[in-house]
Design a binder for this molecule. Structure first.
Ligand code: SF4
Length: 454
């Protein structure tokens, strides 16, 4: 357990810089680490070279994640030496999933690292940094029975009008390509009262849209104040009752956990945005079985049919892996066919890359980079056609747009449509943080432009 931080421990005017890699959950974790450091007396700097404490919050999902960390640490070593020559010390922390999986090895090989902290221990970051100053390099990658959310400081501020809220962590599904069950641990759902409390604080700070996060968010099963189990449906209903909170989203969902009442909620809860991220990963049943996804292509298509029957306006995004070990050309074609059938509004597609310690890493039939690259190009061309078509279909429609930040030109703001598209419009800066009706006038591959309705 962490010892409580008292005033004499606090850092005098120390600065920190956090570099975040990967998914929205890491963005959320970085915000919470930043808040813990601010509560400990640090201030944030946007300039890495000025930071007394540098934190790399790493991701293990993408290819060459460890290489990227090594290369960034090489640059940081030079900065640390330059700062030392100027009489300033620099503390370096690796956090996140790479830290959990391979942090100890990285720290052993690269002397520049002071603290390695896994995703379940980052509430201890300020204390660990202090401890490393006296004890030398610290490795904190134990699973601490989810004490993290109780130990983090109460949220005080919102960075934006749209915020993330981690409601669930970890995963028990053990897809054979994925490190999450090893780096984030078993599925854990935060209690509903804790989440409502955090949501109210964010809303009081100006948040109008909230995305509920979890590696397996639709498996959420927390408890309410009376100790009764609450599903994601119950949680969304409770959050939707907060008057100032105008929009809700959730990600990432597993097809097997899309229950009927959650599908129904997409038809009945107006605050729930009509946009759902639902990974299908591969179109071949043999590959899906080898991935341990526990659903077939037909199951997925039937699920999509049921969701669209309840809410025809709902759009889908997805994750797809190409070149899983043993994938034949015909099996890859099945993935293309799935894309043609479903017509995703948006998709994230990746070449399979082996993660050490996962079952797929040692499977027979690993494909060459050339085959994987060629298949990825074909897939992405098809996905780009579908998303361009989806965006073009928005022209002429009127969308409620939540304006979040200034555009490139004076007088222009950028907001989000219900489908998460960036929308550019000329509108007074007073619209920031507000939802306004915008008629879409033009569509590009990645964004829309529109005119605010009178
Ligand atoms: S369900 Fe998602 S997080 Fe869980 S093992 Fe599969 S890919 Fe990883």
């Amino acid at each position: 357990m962490t010892s409580p931080i008292n005033a004499s421990d606090r850092q005098a005017q120390k600065t920190f810089f956090i570099k975040t890699y990967g998914c929205q959950m890491n963005v959320y974790d970085s915000e919470r680490m930043g808040e813990a450091l601010v509560a400990d007396g640090y201030t944030e700097t946007a300039v890495l070279e000025d930071a007394d404490l540098i934190v790399l919050n790493t991701c293990h999902i993408r290819e060459r994640a460890v290489d990227k960390v090594y290369s960034e640490l090489g640059r940081i070593r030079d900065i640390k030496e330059q700062r030392l020559a100027a009489g300033k010390s620099t503390s370096v922390t690796i956090a996140g999933c790479v830290a959990q999986a391979e942090g100890a090895e990285i720290a052993r090989r690269v002397g520049v690292v002071d603290v390695v902290v896994g995703p379940q221990s980052y509430h201890r970051l300020p204390a660990l940094v202090r401890q490393a100053r006296t004890d030398g390099q610290i490795i904190a990658t134990e699973f601490l029975d989810n004490e993290k959310f109780d130990a983090l400081p109460v949220r005080k501020r919102a960075r934006n009008t749209a915020a993330y809220l981690t409601v669930q962590e970890g995963c028990d599904k053990f897809c054979t390509f994925c490190v999450v069950p090893y780096t984030r641990g078993a599925e854990f759902s935060r209690p509903m009262s804790q989440l409502l409390d955090e949501a109210l604080k964010l809303v009081a700070g100006g948040v109008r849209e909230m995305t509920l996060l979890g590696q397996n968010v639709n498996a959420y099963h927390g408890v309410d104040a009376a100790g009764h189990e609450v599903t994601l449906v119950g949680l969304i209903r409770a959050l939707a009752a907060i008057p100032e909170l105008e929009r809700l989203r959730y990600t990432t969902s597993h097809p097997r956990d899309m229950r009927d009442d959650l599908i129904e909620l997409h038809a009945t809860e107006p605050k729930l945005m009509p946009y759902l991220h639902l990974p299908f990963q591969a179109g071949s049943d043999r590959i899906l079985a080898a991935m341990n996804r526990k659903h077939t292509a037909a199951d997925y298509l039937e699920l999509v049919r049921r969701i669209r029957a309840k809410n025809p306006a709902l759009a889908l995004s997805t994750d797809i892996i190409v070149g899983f070990p043993g994938e034949t050309e015909a099996e890859f074609e099945a993935t293309l066919e799935m894309v043609r059938t479903v017509q995703f509004a948006q998709a994230y597609s990746f070449k399979y890359s082996a993660r050490p310690g996962t079952p797929a890493a040692t499977m027979d039939g690993q494909l060459s980079e050339a085959v994987k690259t060629e298949r990825l190009h074909r897939l992405q061309a098809l996905l780009a056609e579908a998303s361009t078509r989806f965006n073009a279909g928005c022209v002429g429609k009127i969308f409620p747009v939540l304006f979040e930040k200034a555009g490139r030109r004076p007088g222009q703001l950028i907001g989000r449509s219900p489908y998460l598209q960036s929308v550019y419009a000329d509108v007074d800066v007073a619209a920031l943080g507000r939802i306004m009706q915008v008629q879409i006038s033009a569509a590009g591959p990645n964004s829309l432009a529109g005119v605010v309705c009178a």
